[in-house]
Each structure stands twice: as structure tokens, then as C-alpha cells.
Write a protein that binds this ligand. Structure first.
Ligand code: SF4
Length: 465
């Protein structure tokens, strides 16, 4: 029987089989940010251990950094402490790739890693952060790990790995105009629910996926974790290779040719077995919005919130709790609801393609006076591209301002908190209660829906403007 892409990468990286479906796995790349790494470095210190391969580790502060006045000072004392501790750890342990706040290569870990070429096809990639699934878009086996695993990888460049089941999600057909890969992800999660892929590693395939740009694939894989998957992967192809050629730290010249020979073979064999397979039709997907407090509570922008008869009995309590938090009613439409804030950014939608899409949409229009818009690039590289391409001029003319890079309001660990009770249309990945600020009401969407709401001040189908 043939092998899946995931199995091919897994088998290449097993150091020892410990027991059935449990292995010692070699890790090619680990990313550390300031929130989940301090205990791991402390653990090394207590055991008197060094970092085994400091050149394989990339450290980037991103969760806590301010998005205004970044070069001045960090007001929040807890944020400052976490950023300072990462600084101390990387210096003490000799980490080679460290990009502190304001460095040209700083930004959100899951934006910086792919754009600089630290994440490549066929790699095993980990980080103490669930959205590590993002890097799977390059054809890598990428997944989030816990703090004790971070410590193990720092010390040995290996970790224990329980083999997951495999799943293939096929999306066929062409996307309708105005529909983005974020809408595809929110659509899939709304159909399968947030726990459906728990214990599985997902491969995305089909015509729709093949036609996605690299950045759109990163958005899709980013959201794999929101349906419970350990990770999501897409077979590398010409689109991947073109993207990698422009990445600063990716192999170049003869080295690149050697790698391309290997990478072109990274695909699932015909007849390979998946434990689960599901097929979707792209033509059914509309621009999506969420109405509740998990990413699975999503609907097409013109649809109504479900009524109680359409909600499974086991989910009815959480359904009512979510609607109470959001102050929405069963059966009502979201279209036309007023919006207070817009957040464009995060490791889901903070890339240059997202800023191009947003800028193209708002060009010649004006930001609604009722809306506060936070446009936060995913990295300094994206921020530079925004300026070089003249997007900041378009945005400024329309009444928008671009902030400095960071995770920002995606989880509101810095000062970018949505006020209590306010509605935010957010291009990030989680709409949990309080995620974007205490009492904040998050409506997840793709970039076009956020752009449309930013000019009308209400939830608007971008195809109607
Ligand atoms: S942008 Fe949001 S989801 Fe992504 S790493 Fe930062 S906090 Fe996590």
C-alpha cells in the first residue's frame, strides 16, 4: 500500500520506535516565543543542560509586543518581563536565530518562519503554540507542543510522538468571487464542528486547494487546529517552490536544486489509506462569519443564525450561552449588525496578500466614522512591503492607519484590547469569550468581510459593494 504525505515525513524522522504508534521523533526546526518557553529554559538550567542544536531554534517575541511606539518602551509590566526573559534565555543558551522586538525579522512567529524560509517542505516543525499548524502549508509536518516537549527538544532536538490517525479533506471546484481561503476554513469547521478532527493529522487536497496562493494556504492550515486537528498539510508544488525561492534563509542555487528534487516527491501515493476522508464542493461556499464563541459557530454571510431545532441536543446549552454572550438571537441574521472595531492581522490574516486585498477593497472609499480599525502587519517584512507597494498611501487616504507588527488583538496580551461589550470583526482565528479583551464580542471573518464592514460600519456582504 502507498504512503500518505504525512507518513512519508513521519517515517523519515523516526529515530527509535518505542512502542506501537509511539516514537522518538527528530525535529528539524523549533520556534520559541516569549510566553511558552521560559519554563523550558528554566528546566534546562535546573538539569545543567545546554541547548543541543542552537542553530535549529528560532526565537521571536510576538504575543506581548506593543503595536504602537514599539521602539520606545513596553508599558505593561508582565509583557515586559516575558520579553526580557526571552532575551536573557537566548543570550545565555546561544540561540543563533533570535529576532527581538523591532528587529527587521521580528513579527508573529508563524508569519516570520515561512516568509524567511525557516520552514521548508518535508521538515518536522514544532513550537509551544497550537497555530504551528500554519507551517504545514509548505508541505511540512508542523504541530504545537507543550512546555515539557519544548524543553526536551531544546535539550535533544527530539521528542516523543504518538502517531495520530490520518484524514484527507478534499475541496473540489473553483471558489466563487469574493470567497477566500479563510472562508473555506470557516465553512469546513462550521460543517464538521470544532472537535471533529481531534487525534487526526489532516491533508488538504483537491482542485480548490491546488489553486490557492501560498499565503492563502498558510491561512487554511493555520485554522486546522480549530477543528481539533494536530496539524494540517498541503503537498508542495510549483506554487510552494516559487514562494520558497524568494525566502531569505531558504536554500539557494545548487542546494535548492537538490532540495527541489526531493520536495517534488513529497506527495501522497495513489491508493494510500486515510482513516477518514471528506469531500466539499467549493461552489457552495459563501463569505463566512461566526455568530458564537467558537470558530465552528459559523454561517454564510447571508444566512440566519440557526434556530434551536437545528442545533444538536448536546450543543444546545453552549449555543444559548454563546448567543447570550454575543447578544444575538436564534434565527436572526447577522447581515446589517453594527460593528465597533475591525481587526486585520494575526498569524491567520496578517500577511502581505491580506493587506493587498484589504487595500484594493477600500481604495477610493472612506472608513466608517463608527468603526475603530486596527490594521496590524504580521511582521516587519510585511510592514515594509506595505510601504514599498504604496498600500499605506491607499489606506491613509481612506482613513486607515497601519500599526506595528505583533499578535495584537488576536489574544489581547498587549494593550490592544477590544472594550467590554463591543463588536469586532476580526480576521484572527479564535472568537472565544474574552479572547480579544474582557467582554469583547468577536465575529470571525475573512479579509473582504472585514474590509466591507470597515467602510459601512456594519456586517456587509463584500460582493454587494
Ligand atoms: S497571532 Fe494569535 S493565534 Fe497567532 S500566534 Fe499570535 S496569539 Fe497565537
Amino acid at each position: 500500500m502507498g504512503q500518505t504525505l504525512f507518513e512519508k515525513i513521519l517515517n523519515k524522522h523516526i529515530v527509535t520506535n518505542i512502542e506501537d504508534d509511539l516514537s522518538q521523533l527528530y525535529i528539524d526546526r523549533m520556534y520559541c516565543h516569549e510566553v511558552t518557553s521560559p519554563q523550558a529554559f528554566d528546566g534546562l538550567r535546573k538539569r545543567g543542560l545546554n541547548v543541543f542544536r542552537p542553530d535549529k531554534i528560532v526565537c521571536i517575541p510576538d504575543h506581548n509586543i506593543p503595536t504602537q511606539g514599539q521602539n520606545l518602551f513596553v508599558k505593561d509590566t508582565i509583557s515586559k518581563k516575558q520579553i526580557d526573559i526571552l532575551d536573557k534565555n537566548v543570550n545565555e543558551f546561544g540561540i543563533k536565530h533570535y529576532y527581538p522586538m523591532c528587529h527587521d525579522f521580528n513579527g508573529i512567529t508563524h508569519v516570520v518562519g515561512p516568509e524567511l524560509g525557516f520552514s521548508l517542505p518535508g521538515m518536522t516543525i514544532v513550537c509551544g503554540d497550537s497555530h504551528t499548524s500554519t507551517h504545514g502549508a509548505l508541505g511540512a509536518m508542523a504541530f504545537g507542543i507543550g512546555t515539557s516537549d519544548v524543553e526536551m527538544v531544546l535539550a535533544t532536538q527530539c521528542m516523543f510522538f504518538s502517531h495520530p490517525k490520518t484524514m484527507r479533506i478534499v475541496v473540489n471546484g473553483r471558489l466563487n468571487p469574493g470567497v477566500t481561503s479563510k472562508d473555506v476554513a470557516l465553512y469546513i469547521i462550521s460543517k464538521v464542528t470544532t472537535g471533529w478532527a481531534t487525534g487526526y493529522f489532516v491533508e488538504y487536497a483537491g482542485e480548490t486547494i491546488k489553486n490557492l496562493s501560498m499565503e492563502s494556504r498558510l491561512t487554511l492550515c493555520n485554522l486546522s487546529i480549530e477543528m481539533g486537528a494536530i496539524g494540517g498539510i498541503i503537498a508542495p508544488d510549483e506554487i510552494t517552490f516559487e514562494y520558497i525561492k524568494n525566502c531569505q534563509f531558504a536554500p539557494k542555487g545548487k542546494d535548492l536544486e537538490k532540495y527541489l528534487n526531493i520536495w517534488t516527491k513529497l506527495k501522497t501515493d495513489d491508493g494510500a489509506y486515510f482513516d477518514k476522508e471528506i469531500v466539499f464542493d467549493a461552489s457552495k461556499i459563501e463569505p463566512m462569519v461566526t455568530y458564537g464563541t467558537n470558530p465552528g459557530m459559523g454561517i454564510g454571510i447571508n444566512d440566519a443564525i440557526p434556530t434551536i431545532e437545528n442545533v444538536k441536543k448536546a450543543s444546545q446549552i453552549s449555543f444559548f450561552k454563546a448567543l447570550k454572550y454575543m447578544n444575538f438571537k436564534p434565527g436572526e441574521r447577522i447581515l446589517g449588525k453594527p460593528v465597533d472595531y475591525i481587526f486585520l492581522g494575526s498569524c491567520t490574516n496578517g500577511r502581505i496578500e491580506d493587506f493587498r486585498t484589504f487595500s484594493n477593497f477600500v481604495k477610493g472609499k472612506k472608513k466608517s466614522k463608527n468603526v475603530v480599525a486596527w490594521l496590524v502587519p504580521g511582521s516587519w517584512k510585511v510592514e515594509k512591503q506595505i510601504r514599498e507597494e504604496g498600500l499605506n498611501k491607499i489606506l491613509n487616504d481612506s482613513g486607515f492607519e497601519v500599526r506595528q507588527p505583533g499578535c495584537s488583538a488576536c489574544l489581547a496580551m498587549n494593550e490592544d484590547k477590544i472594550p467590554n461589550g463591543k463588536y469586532v470583526v476580526s480576521t484572527s482565528n479564535r472568537n472565544f469569550e474574552g479572547r480579544q479583551g474582557e467582554g469583547a464580542r468577536t465575529i470571525l471573518s475573512g479579509v473582504l468581510v472585514a474590509a466591507a464592514a470597515s467602510v459601512t460600519g456594519e456586517i456587509t456582504d463584500p460582493r454587494t459593494i
